[in-house]
Design a binder for this molecule. Structure first.
Ligand code: HEM
Length: 444
């Protein structure tokens, strides 16, 4: 099964592959791609265990007070309903595996890094492609689960042996590239001489410990740069001063840190802006076509506009739930069997939760402004087990629909406010006068 779509504060674009769904032995794989940074809040699938893995870069993770990085031969395991946050840098592919069962090798781990062996890595990528057979995928799931092992702190002492010294240090350092632990201190932990450890780094990575650590720090910085200021990133990855960090970064990547941010900000303009009256014109082939799902990653601003519209005008303004047991909300006792109404419209405009809640500001949904937002604060599609199953599709359709309209026409509302009504779902209470100016003639 393959479905494509995107959702709330999660990345813009993903492919979904499900095998044996509904069965405890099933697996659901989400494959995310983006030109910009990817960010995962625990917005859904909170009744499933999750495993995040990226083959081509580091992940920055947060669970409770623990902030760390995860390297490419590791994944981030999250037991169901554990609060967490995961971030990836630009141009990274991230796989998110949703499982009902806990792999045996990580039975006692609630959240944290796990090592992924080469075969598990290969299989994860294989089953997240169209056309993989159900039975083969379920067999692959077994091998993937068998290939996972805990790599929590303590790993260095338990696992390092013989030529594995440098690898063990590398893995530990990956979790916290900002640590100021020196080569001789690592060597002491491993009960080897600094010379032996240095030699092992040369043999394993073809560079010294210091060179390897610099590379790691700069890679880790790339994950954070699109959402955090340079000075904060520099400190997080172990640089005493932002200027030392900037010059090391420029030397490594040939550009200053933060340079990608402006590129991302203008990314919407990369979508073919309008259809033209000159379909055969040179250089117009790309523009003279309908937008497709492939354009969605280039439409982050359009997505934010829709999120903000759904905040101010949630189609489902109220949701009802029958309480299954006695509970207390904000000091009020709610007996079992009560038909409780949750005011989503009110929630989305609560001044204690939203800065200037009546203002239409799509940038609230930029990754840097969404980080740390409570997952239950924004619920246009609701959440939990009975969440809207059409959320991906609805967002995909709305994004392409809106982008298709605004690339052909400028639309300006003539009133600053418009009345809404909630006969059942939220609707406009009357016509909304607007000025519409066609940008270019549109071909039929
Ligand atoms: C902007 C568009 C949409 C919004 C805001 C929306 C919102 C919601 C909400 C709030 C619920 C939960 C209702 C409750 O908990 O009582 C829901 C449920 C549901 N939605 Fe949507 N929805 C949208 C589009 C869609 C689409 C396009 C589909 C199908 C293709 C869809 C299919 C469903 C289904 C089947 C459920 C019931 C899920 C269940 O109870 O297990 N929705 N939707």
């Amino acid at each position: 099964m393959t479905v494509v779509g995107h959702q709330a504060v999660d990345p813009l674009w993903c492919e979904e592959y499900g095998y044996g769904l509904g069965d405890p032995t099933g697996i659901f794989v989400l494959k995310y791609r983006s030109a910009g940074a990817l960010e995962f809040g625990d917005t859904r699938q909170d009744f499933l265990h999750q495993l995040y893995w990226s083959p081509d870069g580091m992940l920055s993770t947060l669970d409770g007070p623990n902030a760390r990085f995860i390297g490419a031969n590791e994944a981030f395991w999250v037991h169901r309903a554990m609060s967490h946050h995961v971030r990836a840098g630009g141009n990274q592919t991230v796989y998110r595996l949703c499982l009902r069962e806990v792999p045996a090798g990580i039975n006692d781990l609630s959240v944290g890094p796990v090592s992924v062996d080469t075969e598990a890595a290969r299989l994860i990528q294989a089953i997240a492609r169209p056309g993989y057979g159900e039975q083969a995928a379920l067999a692959a799931r077994g091998s993937i689960m068998a290939g996972l092992a805990s790599s929590q702190p303590g790993f260095i002492r338990e696992r390092a042996s013989g030529a594995g010294y440098a690898r063990a240090v590398a893995r530990e350092l990956t979790h916290d590239p900002g640590t100021d632990c020196r080569l001789d201190e690592w060597a002491a932990e491993l009960h080897v001489s600094p010379k032996t450890l240095q030699r092992d780094f040369q043999r394993e990575f073809d560079m010294s410990y210091t060179q390897w650590r610099t590379k790691l720090r700069l890679q880790a910085a790339q994950v954070l740069l699109e959402s955090q200021p340079v000075s904060k990133v520099a400190a997080r990855v172990g640089y005493a001063s932002p200027s030392a960090f900037i010059s090391a970064f420029a030397k490594e990547f040939g550009r200053t840190p933060g340079g990608r941010r402006s590129a991302q900000a203008s990314a919407d303009s990369e979508a073919p802006p309008y259809r033209t009256s000159d379909p055969g014109g040179r250089g117009q082939q790309d523009r003279d076509r309908d937008l497709t799902v492939d354009d969605v990653p280039r439409l982050p601003h359009t997505v934010r506009v829709i999120h903000e519209a759904l905040r101010l005008c949630p189609p489902a303004a109220i949701v009802t739930r029958m309480t299954m047991r006695d509970t207390v909300v904000d000091g009020f006792r709610i007996p079992q069997g009560t038909n409780a109404m949750v005011g989503i419209y009110t929630l989305h405009r609560d001044p204690e939760l939203w800065d200037q809640p009546e203002r239409f500001d799509p940038d609230r949904f930029a990754p840097e402004n969404s980080a740390g937002r409570d997952r239950w604060q924004y619920l246009p599609f609701r959440g939990g087990p009975r969440t809207c199953i059409g959320d991906h599709f609805a967002m995909l359709e709305a994004t392409l629909g809106l982008a298709s309209i605004v690339r052909t026409a400028d639309i300006t509302a003539l009133n600053s406010e418009f009345p809404i009504d909630v006969p059942f779902t939220t609707t406009a209470a009357g016509p909304i006068p607007a000025r519409l100016v066609t940008r270019r003639p549109v071909t039929a």
